[in-house]
Design a protein around this ligand. Structure first.
Ligand SMILES: [Zn+2]
Length: 480
């Protein structure tokens, strides 16, 4: 079933949580996950507390109503702060710097003075019943093939305790994960489709990985918010593998559509992603009563000096890439364009098809712009048509000698004008013998002209439908 996202009025945004590779956020414990037997266990019960607005949060109330018991497993690598028996230390400077790097790389505006907040946690995964979170930056963006996906906020927060076992009346959590610094990136609902969600997630993931972040399973978690026209929002939680994202996304749209079509009302809810691309109900959507200020900690000040220091030490990503590309022979101008337009990833994919870096840069950055200007089509639309797969196809055709380098631009123009890929790389076959004959004739008729003059005559004769390089070779052969 083809899904018409525009007609369905899709609104979708991403939330990405990435663990940072530092000690914990509000104590100095190491961020290591333990696989050995715990040193101690403690048991607690969760009570719903009133949020800032004085109301008890619906989701918290729901969880409390379950009257669950929680067991926490601790180690010699956890301390009283994870147990919420000692006030938090000041925020981890290393983690803060990494969050600032990420904010800068995502073109976001850093907030110079902020309040660290407590976010009500509803499933017992925090011993305190809340998670500390602080907004570091806002209003950023990441470039995608469907235009900019705007970033609403970048937060630094503490990871929750690690679920070991969850049953109806009992949950067991391990404290080793509690307090590991997480950067949360929340986009605006600018996602246009399932594929676009995946692309955006990969793009942001790439930026994260250029910073000091943890790697491996469970170190990055993605949630997707999905709603259809005039309907409640559903949050799909816990993507770990981007490969399953498209399937899960589409399944959720189909599920919502079915509910709508059969006249059912839909509650805003949080759903858990399953490995087979399905999802299951997890809990009602938490309300706005979730946040209140963390009074144990001072306001977080991010000074100009700190921002400048971070800017000076941005991950080697940029500077190293520049150096590497220069060494490989890409022009300075092209490198600048490439980084400015944030097309490094596409470029890297193209250089897997061709060794000609300059040509890869040209078809990615320059030719599309030229076509856009000449044909008066927006560059966004052109980039959509000449996406990296199409460009890779053209380079592949060049490699297989189906076209020549001088025909690349023409091929791209044909594709923009709507030609099928296979047709676009077909040029009227000219028998090389006949071409030689005709060129020889031209040279004989007008002897003693310059190479360029002959070239002009030949291009006119063939109405441009000839490979310039080939023509030049023939001229050189006969015009002596
Ligand atoms: Zn600790």
């Amino acid at each position: 079933m083809e899904l018409d996202y525009e007609k369905l009025g899709l609104k979708s945004g991403l939330e990405i949580h990435q663990q940072l590779d530092t000690n914990k956020l509000f104590c100095n414990c190491p961020s290591v996950l333990r696989t050995d037997e715990p040193d101690f266990k403690i048991t607690r019960k969760l009570h719903a507390v009133a949020g800032e607005s004085g109301k008890i949060d619906k989701a918290a109330a729901y969880q409390a109503s379950l009257d669950k018991e929680f067991i926490y497993q601790g180690y010699d690598t956890t301390c009283l702060i994870e147990l919420d028996e000692e006030p938090p230390h000041e925020i981890n400077k290393d983690a803060l710097k990494i969050a600032l790097q990420i904010s800068i790389l995502l073109n976001a505006k850093i907030i110079p003075l902020t309040q660290i907040m407590r976010k009500t946690v509803i499933d017992g995964s925090n011993t305190s019943g809340f998670q500390r979170t602080v907004m570091i930056a806002k209003e950023g963006y990441v470039n995608t093939t469907h235009g900019k996906v705007r970033i609403a906020g970048i937060f630094l927060e503490e990871d929750s305790a690690r679920p070991i076992m969850r049953e109806k009346n009992l949950a067991v959590y391990r404290l080793d994960r509690l307090g590991i610094p997480l950067v949360e990136i929340a986009t605006y609902p600018d996602i246009k489709s399932a594929e676009h969600a995946k692309e955006t997630a990969l793009k942001i993931g790439g930026i994260l990985r250029s910073c000091r972040v943890k790697r491996g399973i469970g170190t990055i978690r993605q949630d997707i918010n999905i709603s259809l026209k005039d309907r409640q929002r559903v949050e799909l939680k816990g993507f770990q593998d981007p490969k399953i994202m498209i399937k899960t996304f589409e399944n959720e749209i189909k599920r919502q559509k079915k509910l709508i079509d059969s006249g059912n009302t839909m509650e805003a809810e949080v759903r858990n992603c399953l490995a087979n691309g399905e999802s299951e109900f997890l809990r009602p959507m938490p309300g706005a009563a979730r946040m209140y200020p963390e009074t144990d900690l001072p306001l977080l000040k991010i000074s100009r000096n700190l921002i400048n220091e971070v800017k000076k030490n941005l991950p080697t990503l940029r500077s190293e890439t520049e150096k590497e590309l220069k060494e490989k022979g890409l022009s300075q101008e092209m490198i600048k364009l490439l980084l400015k337009q944030n097309k490094l990833e596409e470029f890297r994919e193209l250089t897997e098809v061709t060794d000609n870096l300059q040509l890869a840069g040209k078809i990615l950055l320059i030719i599309p712009k030229e076509i856009a200007t000449r044909e008066k089509i927006s560059i966004i639309k052109i980039n959509k048509i000449l996406n990296k797969d199409v460009l890779a196809f053209v380079l592949e055709s060049l490699k297989k000698k189906k076209i020549s380098e001088s025909q690349v631009k023409q091929v791209l123009e044909k594709i923009v004008k709507g030609e099928d890929l296979d047709k676009a790389i077909k040029f009227e076959k000219q028998d090389s013998g006949i071409i030689e004959e005709r060129i020889m004739k031209i040279i004989k008729e007008k002897p003693g002209l310059s190479m360029n003059a002959y070239m002009g005559l030949i291009m006119k004769e063939f109405k441009g439908k000839i490979d310039g390089k080939q023509a030049m070779e023939i001229i050189q052969k006969f015009a002596k």
